[in-house]
Design a protein around this ligand. Sequence first.
Ligand SMILES: [Zn+2]
Length: 231
Amino acid sequence: MTTNQNIHFARRYFLRWSLTAGSAALLGTLVGCRQDHQTCSLDSLDIVPRADWGAAEPKIEGSAEGVYDITTNPEGWLVYNNPLEEVLTTIVVHHSALPLSDGPREIQQMHFEFKNYADIGYHFVIDEVGIIYEGRPLNVRGAHTGGRNTGTVGVVLLGNFQVDKPTSEQIETLRKLSSCLIELYGITHLAGHRSFQPGVTECPGSNLEYQLPDLATELGITFGTGGYQGQ
Ligand SMILES: [Zn+2]
């Protein structure tokens, strides 16, 4: 995604956000409650839908996710059978380790080409101005943390945070998205990718990773891998 496209998205979604925030404030006034106590919905986060970032259709058959069966699992990837509040335990934070110009579309293509995933491996992508892009469906197991994908929500922030620093907008959006996921699904833990695979990856980069324990505390959940319950 080019810088111009990002600016376009920023303007467009700031307008939508302004309208939404204004409506929420008005509603808060009308019902006499504080705006920050209202129930979260992912819709309120103005997530850029797949169609708007040019997502390709998932490539299910023969993917490296290894669960395709034409009769028993024609969807190929793992779709959770149980309600998400019973499945999702941990938000796993990543960096893209790519130039900022490489957005969700480029990541999806790389995951197809080099990883043989069925789709972009993450559930959410956050760009440098804090816009969220829809990744794979939340009710489908991700492909982002080797051997630890069941019940983990993959969130990637664009940038290489071994070298650069995440923007304040990215951190704020990560906080809002995490808060919403916690409220909706009872998620108990937040971790960086490296927490699960120390020595294997530098992801999410030191300049982001050190901020995660405080963020978890602020969100009222636990930092680390202790909530993992998957296979
Ligand atoms: Zn990662």
